[in-house]
Design a protein around this ligand. Structure first.
Ligand code: SF4
Length: 85
């Protein structure tokens, strides 16, 4: 039975925690990881996490959270308007 290869973020953690990693570099670091989706969701739920998670940078996750918040605000205003008629 062949042993599973360790995750690259475990064998080279410094590469994943460098704040200088750009989006393309982050995607490349996590390319092919079977846990990428769950890893990104984990980091999205934890704003204080730095570095690369699930192929995303901290900046990308911050931007995604802002976008989600703006969309929720817009939906909330629309619903408020509809329900107050
Ligand atoms: S997706 Fe997450 S678990 Fe997979 S290599 Fe990237 S940082 Fe590691």
């Amino acid at each position: 039975m062949e042993a599973e290869a360790p995750l690259p973020c475990r064998t080279d953690p410094d590469a994943y925690h460098a704040v200088t990693v750009r989006a393309a570099g982050a995607r490349e670091l996590c390319a092919g990881c079977p846990f990428a989706e769950a890893c990104e969701a984990y980091a999205m739920a934890r704003p204080a996490l730095r570095g690369v998670w699930g192929g995303t940078t901290m900046r990308e996750r911050q931007a995604a959270r802002r976008q989600e918040a703006a969309e929720e605000e817009t939906a909330s205003r629309l619903l408020d308007g509809l329900l107050s008629r």
